[in-house]
Design a protein around this ligand. Structure first.
Ligand code: AMP
Length: 222
């Protein structure tokens, strides 16, 4: 699909950590030519580069807490401004507080917003995240329960030893879920009466979730 001027839609993916927002976002990018902004990925890159934002965010992220709203606000404002005319995007991991949702209302500049909340229960989140591994060399992602590598803890593609994100250890996962309940669940309340708010059951197979997510975006973004 070639983007047109009507395609400046912002798709907000809501849902707890591990609900599959990143997986769904990647597929939306392929199918709808949307730009993918994952605030977690953006922050991890800042930490890796050791930038001032990264230095401020590192310890907060490792503990499972939220990085301050003003930091995220500037990041997202900048990314939306970078979009070329008519280009739509996916916000994956933003907004995560009601203050962020209000800020997005100020900066979205009349662009249409679709909110898709992918619901998953806590025990499933713990299993998905504690099983998650990534290859530090080629970036391939595994899950030791659902999509294990052929050789334990090693990448199928390049053989490197797999790693686990610091915030994917069970104590931090529980903290991230607590933070989600306290600070992000109210964001669902902020949007849930909007005509462009949708819920999708994230316990289903990723392909089934994508059928639903894709149908919503395909219908609303036109
Ligand atoms: P994620 O990869 O989306 O799970 O994000 C990893 C971590 O980055 C979170 O646990 C937060 O510490 C931080 N983070 C990402 N997005 C936001 C946001 N919108 N507001 C505050 N902190 C965020």
């Amino acid at each position: 699909m070639v983007p047109t001027d009507e395609d400046s839609t912002i798709v907000v993916l809501l849902g707890p950590p591990g609900s599959g927002k990143g997986t769904q976002a990647k597929r939306l990018v392929d199918e709808f030519q949307l730009v993918h902004y994952s605030t977690g990925d953006i922050l991890r890159e800042e930490v890796r580069r050791g930038s001032p934002v990264g230095q401020r965010a590192k310890a907060i992220m490792e503990s499972g807490e939220l990085v301050p709203d003003d930091v995220l606000g500037e990041i997202v404002r900048g990314r939306l401004a970078d979009l070329s005319n008519g280009q739509g995007c996916i916000l994956d991991g933003y907004p995560r507080t009601v203050a962020q949702a209000r800020f997005l209302e100020q900066i979205r500049d009349g662009r249409p917003l679709i909110v898709i909340n992918i619901t998953v229960d806590d025990e499933q989140v713990v299993k998905r995240l504690s099983g998650r591994r990534f290859c530090p060399n080629c970036g391939n992602i595994y899950n030791i329960y659902f999509s294990p590598p052929k050789r334990a803890e090693h990448c199928d593609r390049c053989g490197a030893e797999l790693q686990r994100r610091k915030d994917d250890h069970e104590d931090v996962i529980r903290e991230r879920l607590r933070v989600y309940d306290e600070q992000t669940r109210p964001v669902v309340g902020f949007y849930q009466d909007w005509p462009t708010y949708f819920e999708v059951d994230g316990h289903q197979e990723p392909a089934v979730v994508f059928d639903e997510v894709g149908r919503i975006v395909g219908t609303c973004a036109r």
